[in-house]
Design a protein around this ligand. Structure first.
Ligand code: NIG
Ligand code: FE
Length: 419
């Protein structure tokens, strides 16, 4: 297939991962075109260059009439599988209750755990399929998905197996992460030494099973007040590492715990959130290959004013990525374009920096930068097309979905109606 007539084609080619001033390198080709063969990009260049290739003559042609082409988004942090929204808690939050207050009363993550345990695989799957269609409709072609609303052997495995089934049943790629250490489940909270026993269940039973079944690639821990301490997180992530699960961490979201420096010490693929990081944390992550994944949707949804210090992180040289954190408690959105708007207006990232963060750097954090995250020959033809003349109009029109078509491995998986 020959895709031609792009007013701007954002290739995102260049050095990987992107740090500092290179984050804004997006490799724009004006009047660009792409040749796709068997789901893989065969050529990228200006229209004249690509149209003059012999293969282009016989190719099926898609003329974009001046729209903007970019790599499909890589959403590197989601909690895809959950049973229901928590709209009732949203209203409590608006009225003044904090996320932690709601959690202490048995709401929050434990609310979602009760609902997930009661839900059948079919209901969960149906809800996830609907969400995946929304992701595709907003230009996302690969997403990471975490367990963490099961918190016992059967239910954590139920979620992780679903990641695998869903990845096979629909076109988007799902990268699975084990987040058994989301919070201590209710049945362990009433026991003395319950937290310790739950950590032992994770390290001695669940992690070995998850690894043996090959239902996850990464292991994550929510390291914060009300969740797990740095030393508990270390135990879990080290056990994961021993079983071949690469570490990621929820770090410094509500309070500064030291999780960012733990992530760096363990050589984690990513540390996520980072609203409360210290200067020393910024320096540590900047010197490392651990990606700093920012999730401004959480602060926006919770109405918090302290966003992660994106400028400081970028200027220090950290590898910055952006993701939705799609989940029912802190960030109920499937829209990377909305996150892009928040990154620009709240994190003060330029539109170019933000797009590199949500594509190539996010792909790097999922250990997939060789396959996805940029439009270069040899890479998967995962492509998002937006109905704008200039890529900066994508974050500029906040809350409006300008996605016109999404292609996964060269096949349309979303197309806007009536255009
Ligand atoms: O990334 N912080 C921990 N986990 C999620 C929230 C999960 C929930 O509230 O259900 C997050 O913000
Ligand atoms: Fe999260």
């Amino acid at each position: 297939m020959l895709i031609t007539g792009a007013s701007q084609l954002l290739t995102l080619r260049g050095r990987v991962p992107r740090r500092g001033k290179f984050l804004a390198d997006i490799g724009i080709i004006r009047d660009g075109a792409l040749l796709v063969r068997d789901g893989v990009i065969a050529a990228v260049g200006t229209r004249l260059e690509v149209e003059s290739l012999p293969e282009s003559r016989s190719a099926e042609k898609l003329d974009l009439g001046g729209r903007v082409v970019l790599p499909g988004f890589v959403d590197s942090h989601t909690h895809l599988i959950h049973a229901a929204s928590r709209a009732e808690e949203y209203e409590l939050k608006i009225a003044g209750a904090s996320y932690e207050e709601i959690a202490r009363k048995g709401g929050g993550i434990l609310n979602s755990v009760r609902k997930l345990r009661a839900a059948t695989v079919e209901t969960l799957k149906k809800r996830a399929h609907a969400a995946l269609r929304e992701f595709a409709a907003h230009g996302t072609t690969t997403l990471e998905a975490k367990s963490g609303y099961g918190l016992d052997v059967a239910n954590e495995l139920k979620i992780l197996r679903l990641h695998k089934e869903l990845s096979a049943e629909q076109p988007l790629d799902i990268v699975s992460t084990f987040l058994g250490a989301h919070v201590v489940p209710a049945e362990y909270r009433s026991k003395r030494g319950g937290a310790q026993q739950y950590v032992a269940l994770l390290t001695d039973k669940l992690i070995p099973e998850v690894a043996a079944e090959q239902v996850a690639e990464f292991c994550d821990v929510f390291c914060d007040r009300g969740a797990f301490s740095v030393s508990e997180a270390k135990k879990v992530l080290e056990a994961g590492k021993q079983h071949g699960l690469a570490p990621r961490l929820h770090a410094e979201q509500l309070t500064r715990s030291g999780a960012t420096q733990l992530a760096v010490q363990l050589g984690a693929a990513s540390c996520d959130h980072l609203e409360q990081v210290s200067r020393a944390d910024v320096r540590a992550v900047a010197k490392s290959n651990t990606v700093a994944t920012l999730l401004p949707g959480c602060d926006f949804h919770l109405g918090l004013r302290k966003y992660a210090p994106a400028r400081e992180l970028i200027e220090a040289g950290a590898i910055v990525a952006l993701a939705t954190d799609y989940n029912p408690g802190t960030s109920p959105t499937m829209s990377i374009p909305m996150i892009w708007s928040l990154a620009c207006s709240q994190l003060r990232m330029s539109p170019a920096e933000a797009i590199a963060a949500a594509t190539i750097n996010a792909a790097y954090s999922l250990l997939r930068d060789h396959k996805i995250g940029s439009l270069e020959s040899g890479k998967q033809a995962d492509i998002a097309i937006f109905d704008v003349d200039d890529y900066r109009e994508i974050p500029y029109y906040f809350g409006v979905n300008k996605c016109w078509m999404t292609l996964k491995k060269g096949r349309p998986v979303f197309q806007k109606a009536h255009t």
